[in-house]
Design a protein around this ligand. Structure first.
Ligand code: SF4
Length: 380
């Protein structure tokens, strides 16, 4: 656990209301300022002549490494600093790897399956991270590396701590103990990242166990073979666990096209919060007509949050619309805004007088019905 500024401050003269409080000898105007610098490792404890021994020891303990970070090609393994994601964030996603042995009878089939595997999730493409290659063949190593799949060797594994699966509760308890020793007690004997090999024979059990292991607390999981359903589930789970809760997922602010929009296309608008984008994009892709989706720069906030925080305003939205010439090719000058932005309609109408602003649905899944009604109203 890292020491916060307040934890440090209470041991300094100002925190203890002693006579040397805020004497500035450390170069900081106050003890609080020095405590803040110490908590961020931006100052040396020795700069304060009045620092007590217990605080010096706490800071020394705190400066010890928690979990080592190992590099495997473009991947980083370990380097975690907290027990729970909500404390700060988990840093390096659990690496998912498959055993590959060129001496196996079905080697080529296995290799091709690994090379071909790919899933798309929230706009990103994912493959297997790495292969634990036994009896490697150089040309196949090159093929794997070309696809950004890293190669694990026995030498690399010797730098990690192996935990063997025994049963569910004993294994999880052992993993928690290792992580606790590394993160909380900063015990160097437990600082190596952890790996485990899992058999996928009973796929449902493997999926349940591996899901727990991704969360608690395996850094590298190696499966005996590639099961696409298992790996896809784990990649999706991993995306949820290894995102920074303080940084919302966002997409680029621009105009996106769906189903080859022409002059009859519909124009929708929403914020750059990734989930809002994908929810709307999914519906627009399923429409029979072409459409444009205008994404405003809203710091990754959802529609209502962005509106409350003034991150989507008539000025911001009108700037994005006016900056995109492609929208001027559309005959029907109307922009459909999210139902949750109905309060913005009049303001936006004023900012974009040549456009008709229409309030759309509050939920993305209602878009197809909304479009049907809109189209039949325009025909009648
Ligand atoms: Fe406070 Fe020590 Fe800095 Fe003086 S030298 S201001 S007592 S932290």
């Amino acid at each position: 656990m890292s020491l916060g500024a307040m934890d440090i401050f209470k041991h300094l003269p100002a925190g203890k209301k002693e006579e040397n409080a805020n004497c500035k000898k450390c170069g900081c105007p106050t003890c609080m300022m020095f405590a803040m610098k110490l908590s961020k490792s931006q100052a040396e404890p020795s700069l304060c002549p009045f620092i007590p021994d217990n605080l010096r020891q706490m800071l020394e303990h705190n400066s010890k490494i928690q979990q080592q970070t190992l590099t495997l090609g473009h991947l980083k393994i370990g380097g975690e600093t907290v027990m729970y994601r909500h404390e700060k964030t988990f840093i390096n996603p659990c690496v998912l790897a498959i055993v590959l042995d060129s001496k196996d009878a079905d080697y080529i089939k296995k290799l091709n399956k690994i090379l071909d595997y790919e899933i798309e999730c929230i706009g990103e493409k994912y493959k297997i991270d790495a292969v634990y290659f036994k009896n490697p063949i150089d040309s196949d190593v090159a093929k794997l590396k070309e696809k950004n799949i890293e190669i694990i060797t026995d030498e690399f594994l010797s730098g990690l701590c192996e935990v063997k699966y025994t049963n569910y509760s004993d294994t999880v308890n052992e993993l928690i103990k290792i992580r606790h020793e590394a993160i909380i007690n900063r015990n160097e004997n437990f600082s190596k990242p952890v790996y485990m090999q899992l058999c996928t024979k009973d796929i449902l059990s493997a999926c349940a166990i591996a899901s727990t292991l991704v969360c608690k607390y395996v850094n590298l999981l190696i499966f005996d073979e590639l099961n696409e359903a298992l790996v896809s589930s784990l990649i999706t789970l991993r995306l949820n666990i290894y995102t920074d809760p303080q940084k919302p997922l966002q997409v680029e602010s621009k105009v996106y096209e769906f189903n080859n929009p022409d002059e009859n296309a519909l124009i929708f608008l929403t914020t750059n919060f990734a989930l809002s984008y994908f929810a709307v994009a999914n519906e627009l892709s399923s429409l029979k007509c072409g459409s444009y989706l205008v994404i405003t720069p809203s710091e990754g906030m959802s529609v209502l949050t962005a509106w409350s925080a003034q991150k989507i305003t008539a000025e911001i939205a009108s700037k994005v619309v006016s900056a995109n010439d492609v929208l001027n090719k559309v005959k029907n000058k109307q922009i459909i805004i999210p139902g949750l932005l109905s309060d913005l309609k009049d303001e936006l109408q004023e900012a974009l007088p040549e456009w008709k602003i229409i309030v759309g649905t509050t939920e993305a899944y209602k878009i197809p019905d909304f479009v049907k009604k809109l189209q039949s109203a325009s025909l009648s």
